[in-house]
Design a binder for this molecule. Structure first.
Ligand code: HEC
Ligand SMILES: [Cu+2]
Length: 401
């Protein structure tokens, strides 16, 4: 009896634990708390398949218990052999047809979503017109992410900004090994391949906020540290951010003297790998808005101590195997302080992850941004039609060798 009560206790504890755990999951990270269309479609598929599985489980258990009770060996019937049924037409039809129906219930929406989740054709608005699309070229690298806004002359790393009123379309490729781009609260995963083919997906966020992204394909010793952020802001804020990012002058002298000295240190030791402004994709992240970052190198808490340690150690322990470890510089404590001060002063915009959740809905139809894109297309420059442009840039060609 004692054994039985303790078993009940154990089961009870497990059930309570399951209940508590099911309440877990953060809005910025959990696929079970979707904050965008893609993730909520995926969650509905999960719920559907769990419902089908529960149905099968319950039916099987009911029949099982019924059969055990009804046909168990009774006293005085030791030699009794029950009636043998073989080839029952009704039964065989039933257990063929029911699974087929169940599979169809699962398959139809699954196939439908498999296509719609990566359908990057333009959305049609209420007036029946095709919406202008924001395309971002995404490059995955060991162990960070680079983002180039097509036709907008905006480049950033680690943190991608999107407006909350529309889908943002991504064209992804890798410069080294296979990565996988995953923002659990917003969309499913998509592979990021080095072979020259670009995968495409869209993301959207219902409300302002910072959503965490992860690399979901093992890609080296710091794979688990290959984090990034999606910063969703209102359309007006997004427009402001794009304008601010476009106006960066990398030559501009910072306000403080220490930072000005740091600018010099940076130019002499770091510019071979890092870019400031809209210069193209380099070995290391673009630092144009490093002062606005939520994290250092995607994962470390943002403060000067961590930053100085990162620069001094080249992230050797903080992110093992990262490509900055090959840098040759050797800085004095003073120079470390200066360059850290400089990097933290790089804040071209008021629109930062910190105020992403202010819920100030600044209206804008973003049309200004797209006019610019069309101009670019007219000039026959890079704004050329996004998506299917395979390996269009120089960076692609040298990464494919
Ligand atoms: C050999 C190329 C190289 C050199 C030289 C280099 N870095 Fe880096 N740096 C990188 C790479 C690659 C990363 C990305 C590491 C990662 O996250 O995996 C990085 C990341 C960083 C980051 C984090 C960036 C972010 O967006 O969070 C900072 C800050 C940084 N480097 C500062 C410096 C400073 C300061 C110097 C010069 C004193 C410097 N780096 C020189 C390659 C380099
Ligand atoms: Cu990766």
């Amino acid at each position: 009896m004692k054994g039985l009560t303790s078993k009940f206790k154990a089961v009870g504890a497990l059930m309570i634990l399951a209940l508590i755990l099911s309440g877990c999951g953060e809005e910025f990270l959990s696929a079970l708390r979707p904050q965008g269309q893609g993730a909520s479609d995926i969650l509905s598929l999960m719920i559907l398949s769990i419902a089908v599985m529960m149905f099968v489980f319950v039916v099987v258990m009911v029949i099982y218990v019924f059969v055990i009770l009804k046909f168990r060996k009774k006293k005085g019937q030791e030699d009794f052999i029950p009636e043998q049924v073989e080839g029952s037409h009704t039964l065989e039809t039933l257990w063929t047809v029911v699974p087929i129906i169940l599979i169809l219930i699962l398959a139809v929406p699954t196939v439908q979503y498999t296509f719609s989740l990566v359908d990057t054709s333009p959305q049609v608005n209420a007036e029946g017109e095709e919406e202008d699309q924001i395309w971002v070229n995404v490059t995955g690298k060991q162990y960070w992410w680079h983002f180039e806004y097509e036709g907008m002359d905006v480049t950033t790393s680690q943190e991608i900004y999107i407006p909350t009123d529309r889908r943002v379309y991504l064209s992804l490729h890798s410069e080294d090994v296979i990565h996988s781009f995953w923002v659990p609260t917003l969309q499913g995963k998509i592979d990021v391949n080095p072979t020259g083919n670009r995968n495409e997906i869209w993301i959207d966020a219902d409300k302002e906020g910072v959503y965490w992204g992860k690399c979901a394909e093992f890609c080296g010793p710091s794979h688990s540290l290959m984090d990034f952020k999606v910063v969703a802001v209102s359309p007006g804020e997004f427009e402001q951010w794009v304008k601010d990012m476009r106006n960066i002058d990398p030559e501009e002298t910072p306000e403080s003297e220490v930072a000005t000295a740091g600018q010099e240190v940076f130019a002499n030791n770091c510019m071979s790998c890092h870019a400031n402004g809209t210069s193209p994709n380099k070995i290391g992240p673009n630092v144009s808005n490093f002062g606005d970052r939520e994290r250092i190198a995607g994962v470390l808490e943002y403060n000067k101590e961590n930053l100085m340690e990162w620069i001094e150690t080249k992230g050797e322990e903080m992110k093992p195997g990262n490509m900055m470890t090959t840098a040759a510089y050797d800085l004095s404590d003073e120079e470390l302080d200066q360059v850290a001060e400089y990097l933290m002063s790089l804040s071209p915009s008021e629109i930062t992850p910190e105020n992403a959740e202010d819920n100030e809905y600044i209206e804008s139809d973003l049309s200004d941004l797209f006019i610019d894109q069309e101009e670019n297309e007219d000039e026959g420059s890079e704004g050329e039609s996004e998506g299917d442009s395979e390996g269009e840039s120089e960076e692609d060609s040298d990464s494919n060798q």
